[in-house]
Design a protein around this ligand. Sequence first.
Ligand code: BGC
Length: 787
Amino acid sequence: MTTNAPLGARAASHDEEPQLDANQSASPLLSENNIDEVLNAMTLEEKAKLLVGGANNFFGAGAVVGGEADLVAGAAGTSPAIPRLGIPATVLTDGPAGVRIDPIRKGTDKTYYATAFPIGSCLASTWNTELVSKVGEAIGNETKEYRCDVILGPGMNLHRNPLCGRNFEYYSEDPFLTGKIAAAYINGVQSQGVGVSAKHFAVNSQETDRTAVDERVSQRAARELYLRGFEIAVRESAPWTIMASYNQVNGQYSMGNYDLLTKILRNDWGYKGIVMTDWIGIREGLSTISEVHAGNDLMEPGQPAQVEEIIKGVKDGKLDIADVDRNVRRMLEYIVKTPSFNKYSASNAPDFKAHATITRQSAAEGIVMLKNNGALPWKEGDIKTVALFGENSYDFLSGGTGSGCVHPPYVVDMLEGLKNTGIISSPTLTDIYRKYIEYARVKFQAERHPAKWFQIEMMGQQKYPEIGLSPIAIGKEVQGADAAIITIGRQAGEGIDRDIDTEFNLIPEERALIMDVCNAFHQAGKPVIVIINSGSVIETASWSCYPDAILCAWQPGMEGGNSIADLLTGKVNPSGKLTMTWPIAATDHPSTNNFPGQMDDYTFRMMAGNRMPIPGHAYTNHEEDIYVGYRFFDTFNRNVAYPFGFGLSYTTFDYSKPIVKAKGSTIEVSIIVRNSGSVSGKEVAQVYVTAPKGRIEKPVQELKAFAKTRELQPGESQTLTMTIPVRDLASFDESGSQWITEAGIYTFRIGASSRDIRATTELNIKEYTEKTTDALAPQQKLSLLHQ
Ligand code: BGC
C-alpha cells in the first residue's frame, strides 16, 4: 500500500535556499551541461512553479500560471517558463492522430489545419511497424512545425471491452501488439526532435466515471496486460513523457500512485522521462503533494493553488524537498531536449502534400477486408457508376471526437474518393443525403445538451442519425448503377462510452437499408459493398451474409475516401488485420458484467466548484483477469464474428514449415511465406505461443511475435525471421513478485489469424525468472472468473 503523503518528509532548509538579488545577470542560464547548477540556483517558488502546468483551456485565464496560454492557440497545455534561468515554456498538444490545435486564429487569415492521420485502431491494423514509424515521423514533423514540443499520444490503453468510447484512439486488445505499434509511433515522432506522451497510464479502459472509478485488477493482469504495452514502449522507444490516467488503480489514483509511477515505471523498467497528469488540475481526494511524491513531475493543465500547495508542503515538512528536486531535475532534463529550448523556428506550414500521401497509404494498409465473395476488386471499366448509400458516404468520419480529434484542411469522402478514380455516383442520392446532412447539422447543434462538450464541432466531426429510404426509392437507383456501396458510420470519443443498442448494434434504419439495397441490387445481379466507418467494433454477425463484400475502413484520416477507392479498385491489395476480436454480441466479452463497473449509492465529486454527492461507478472489478479478448474467446472456445488477427486479401499465401531455434536468451522463429495467388500483396505472419502445462494457468495461446512481408509478386516468397526473448514468454507470478517462464515444451503456432494457424513447431525451453518490485496489490479480494 502507498501513502498519500511521504513519510519522514523533511522541510527545506530556508538558510540553504538561494536568495534572489537585484543582479539577475548572475543567474545561470539553462544548458544541457549545467542542470545541477540551475537546480541549485532555483528558489523553492521557482521549483514549485516548474512542476505545475503553465496554461490551460479548462479553468479560465485567471488560472494561467506562467502566462503562456496563447503560445499555440488550441494546444492543450504548457510547462511554465522561468526566464531568469533561461527556461522556456514548452507546448503540449493533443494527439494522437495528428496535431490538435485551433485551425483559425484571431487577427489573421492564415489557417492552422493539421493532417488527420488514421486513428489508433486503423494504424495498428496495418501490423506494419515501419509504416507506423513513418506516420510517427510525419506527426512529429507537424508537431514541430506548429511550434509544439510534445504530442499527447500514443493512446495505449487496451480494448478491454468494445464499448469503451476511446477504443478508436487505442491500438488493440493485445498488449504485445500495442507495445510494438506504440514503440514504432514513438520512435517515429521522437526522431523529429519532439516528444510524445504515452497515455493513459494505466488501466484506463472506460470513459464512464473515468476521473473517479477505481480499477480493481490483479497484479498479474496488471503486469501481463494493462502495463505490458507501456513496458515495451518504455524499453524500446524511451518516450519523453508519460501521462498518468484519471482513474484509480487498486484504490490509489494513478496520478498519485507511487507503486505505478516509481516502483514499476522507474525502478522496474528504468524509465527516465517525465510523468505528467491527465488534465484535471486539483483533484478531489488527492493532494498535489502526494502526486509530487509519487513521481508525477508535471501537473496539467496547472492551477496556481498547486504551486502554493507544493511550497507550503515543503515548508510544513509534508513534502520532502528531495522529491521536489528529483522531479525538477527530470523537468530540466526534458526541457533541454525540446524545440522550444533549442529555439527552433517553426514554419507553421507542414508539408500537407507529402503527409497526405503517407496518411492515404497507411490507411489503405490498415483497412481490413472482412468479407469478399469475389465482388472485389473492381476491374478497370467494370464499375462506372455507383449508388452511394448511408449519410457517412457524404460526411465521412476521418477521426473520433474529444481531445483525440484533429482539424484537417479537408476530408475526402466516398463520393470524392470514387470520383478521383473516375467513378460517378448517383446524383439523386447525393442530393438527398447532402440536404439531409445540412438539416441534421443545424438540428443537432440546436438540440445538443449544453453540458456535452464533446458534441461541439470543435471537438470533432459529429455523426447524424441514419435516415430511412423507401424500397421504392432504393429500387429506382438500381438501373443507373453498376454497384451499390453502403457506408455504416459510428462516432465515439472522449468522455462517454458507447451504447450497445444504438452504437454497437445497427439501428433499424441501417438494418433496413442493408436488406433493401441487397434485395434490389442482387435481383439485378449487381454487387453491394458495405464500408464500416467506425473507430471501433460493431455488430456484424446478423447481417454479414447479405452484402458481397465488407471493408472495415475504421476512421482512416483525411484521405479516407481515396484510401478506400484504392482498395475497391485493386490499386492496393488489402493487408490489414484485426487487432481485436469482433464478437457476435458485445456482451460475449467476459468484462461485460464489470463494464463500466459497479454503482455506488453516491460518490462525492466536484461539480461546478462544489463538492456534491453524485451517483457514479465507484469501482470496476476485473473479474475476467487475464482473459481479455482472444485470450478468453480462444481459451474457452467461443464463437466469434471475426477472430483476432483476421483480414482477407485478393491473393492467397502459403506458409512453409517454421524453424525455431534457441539463441542465448532469445528464440528465433523463421518461416517462408509465399504468394500463391495471382496478384501481388502483403501478408502478416502471426506467432502464437502455447505454454506447457505448469504451475501457472495460462491462456491457450498468446501473440508473441509478428512480421509483415514486403509486397510479394505472385509466386514470390520471403523469409520472415522473428526474435522472441525468453522473458516475453513469462507469466507474472504474484506470489514471488516475479516473471517466470516455466520449463517445458512450448508450441509455436504461426498463422494468418488467431484461428487460422498454418504451421506449428515446438521447442524445449529452460526456466527463466526475473524479480520485480511488489507493487499494486489489490486492496480487496477479487473474485476472478476462472480460478
Ligand atoms: C484527455 C487526454 C488529453 C488531455 C488534454 C484529457 O481530458 O484524457 O487524453 O491529452 O485531456 O487535452
